[in-house]
Design a protein around this ligand. Structure first.
Ligand code: SUD
Ligand code: ADP
Length: 267
């Protein structure tokens, strides 16, 4: 069986405080993005993981796809499988690609092997694989709190806007980003701001990773400013970076971005 794992962007990201376990409490809005990895699972004589497309840094034995399989294998005695992943979601981009693969693989294994797990059970497994992972089980726009795994529906629809996303040739590790983040213990009223018109977001919705990451990688801040210069109603880095997106009220093509990174246009 084949499935398509989509990416996410963060709209606003307030990091409130650091917890005793090293994780941080935050407030963010997750919004699904139409960039996809392709995943396939077939029964096999022994378990194998086969990746194609964008090269994934690190040991493939540690890939989140294998971790997701191992979690359900241990609980439900699954047979060996071959897992094929075709990677197109940029990596180290704040787009949650690894978490998406893991969550969609949980869903794929659930349906392939008829495990009968409901959404809450899948979310509980996803939480064990990464803070971002649980979002991809329901995969609808949400305000997330806790470590990014407690959800409240938000009624936002960006389909009237063109979203332009740029992934510069910079890999930002999530751990690095949290080490340089600017904390906002009091929060910044994201729940109230997100339901106001997009035109107001520039003055009200912020990503707390931007100051630290822009200082270390100034080209990312330059990209965000360029999106505003080209008419974006709202522009932001996604998550811990390095990708930056802009929301435009009409269809645009910006060839000047091509020299600055990989560009995606989502109508
Ligand atoms: C920053 C965010 C924003 O959505 O995403 P990305 O921009 O990386 O996609 C997330 O918080 C990333 O979540 P995720 O990538 O799943 O994190 P995990 O694998 O669980 O943790 C990686 C590391 O990030 C830090 N971490 C993660 C989540 C959190 N709420 N507090 C943290 O401090 C911890 O240092 C942890 O060791
Ligand atoms: N399936 C996967 N896809 C991408 N990266 C993965 C995967 N499994 C494990 N990783 C590891 O996770 C790291 C961060 O990946 P990614 O999810 O793209 O981060 P981000 O959410 O910050 O964009 C990668 O550098 C890689 O070492």
């Amino acid at each position: 069986m084949v499935t398509f794992a989509n990416a996410k962007i963060n709209i606003g990201l307030q990091v409130l405080n650091r917890r005793d376990d090293g994780y941080h409490n935050l407030e963010t809005v997750f919004y699904p993005l139409k960039i996809y990895d392709i995943l396939e699972v077939v029964e096999a004589s022994e378990t194998r993981f086969i990746a194609s497309g964008l090269p994934i840094p690190g040991d493939s034995n540690n890939n989140l796809c294998l971790k997701a399989y191992q979690l359900l294998q241990a609980a439900y005695d699954l047979p060996p499988v071959a897992i094929y992943l075709h990677k197109t979601i940029p990596i180290g981009a704040g787009l949650g690609g690894g978490s998406a693969d893991a969550a969609f693989l949980l869903k794929l294994l659930n349906s392939t092997f008829g495990l009968g797990l409901d959404e809450l059970q899948l979310i509980a497994y996803a939480r064990q694989l990464g803070a971002d992972c649980a979002f991809f089980i329901r995969n609808t726009p949400v305000l997330a709190t806790g470590i990014g795994d407690v959800f409240q529906e938000v009624a936002i629809d960006l389909s009237a806007y063109q979203l332009v996303l740029v992934k510069p040739d910079v890999h930002v590790s999530t751990g690095e980003a949290y080490r340089t983040v600017t904390l906002h213990p009091e929060g910044r009223q994201l729940a109230a701001s997100i339901v106001r018109p997009v035109a107001t977001w520039r003055d009200t919705i912020f990503n707390d990773f931007e100051p630290g990451i822009f200082a270390a990688h100034p080209e990312i801040g330059v990209l965000k400013n360029l999106l505003y210069e080209k008419g974006a109603m709202y522009a932001s880095m996604s998550g811990s970076g390095s990708s930056v997106y802009g929301l435009f009220s009409e269809s645009v093509r910006l060839p000047e971005l091509d020299a600055l990174g990989q560009v995606f246009y989502m109508d």
